[in-house]
Write a protein that binds this ligand. Sequence first.
Ligand SMILES: Cc1ncc(COP(=O)(O)O)c(C=O)c1O
Length: 374
Amino acid sequence: MTTATPITIPDDLKPSDSRFGCGPSKVRQEAVDSLAATASTFLGTSHRQATVQFTVAALRNGIAEMLVLPDGYEVLLGNGGTTAFWDAATFHLVDDKAQMAVMGEFSSKFAKAIDAAPHLGRPEVIEAEPGNAAHLQANAEIDTYCMVHNETSTGVATNPVRPDGDGLVLVDATSAAAGLRFDASATDCYYFAPQKCLASDGGLWIAACSPAAIERIERLAASDRWCPAFFDLGIALTNSRKDQTYNTPALATIYLALEQVSWINNNGGINWSAGRCDANAEAIYGWAEAHELASPFITDTDIRSHVVATIDFDDKVDANVIAATLRANDILDTESYRKLGRNQLRISLFPAIETEDLVALTRCIDHIIEGLTA
Ligand SMILES: Cc1ncc(COP(=O)(O)O)c(C=O)c1O
């Protein structure tokens, strides 16, 4: 654990909200207040009854509206977060041979899950060094293409593009969904968890599935391929269509996700929320580019994420000390992704984060750097 330097940040430099983590991430106070206000009629009530089912239905519809899903796409949900969804996908989305675009920790974890599945062929892995982008490539042998919209470990974002041919396109949008624009028709399964741009809590997966993906799920679920019920996407499909999950979900997570989706839809949809992320990106990267001792890790602006910023620091200052000092001053979760091993801060630019708070964060970092280099 890196120790903080005894630098005190003056209150007038500090942001109004001090949560800058990339997940779990800032939950808006209005959403928490709204949850608290309905708690006695919603929390602690059965997920098989109308109150919760209406909320799940509103969430499914709200996501379809927010992501501008084409006709026929369906929103599925289940427990276990994105990591559980990866395992479910190995059973009921990948037919035999997948192609994996790997460009960091999360895309590599899914590739490992596919590679380890004994019932599947070995995947084709297209790998880029962390900090670069990996792109899908058309290959007639592939039945399922897998990519990540935003690689949270590095801050690289790649827009989903459908390769020529018949393969399904699965997109891990865990840190992208609701923050980055994309064309849903280029995807067959755009899946995510709500603890990032949806400003909710973890433990749930949500997947926007095309008719082709639904057909694949139905075919594989009806086949003799063994699958634990928890990972069975056929069961998840049946339950989702009834606005339920197979086993008990976290009701607060569902409620807070709906609050965020409604907030976005009521304000103009994905263009509005992505616009907030654009403004946040401008504030952080603009500051870093002009800085003597800081610079954006991702130099190619075409793949530089507008939801997760990774900022490198000159060797003269230790980013771990900056993060620890911010933390000692109650400014949280700016540490770099643990396995990337760079002299770096990682900062969330999600829609819930106010641009003024990011500007205030840069002032706080500058204050620490002045103290460290004095
Ligand atoms: C891109 C990406 N994929 C997958 C995951 C794993 O999500 P979960 O913790 O919901 O399993 C994360 C978590 O940070 C992520 O950022």
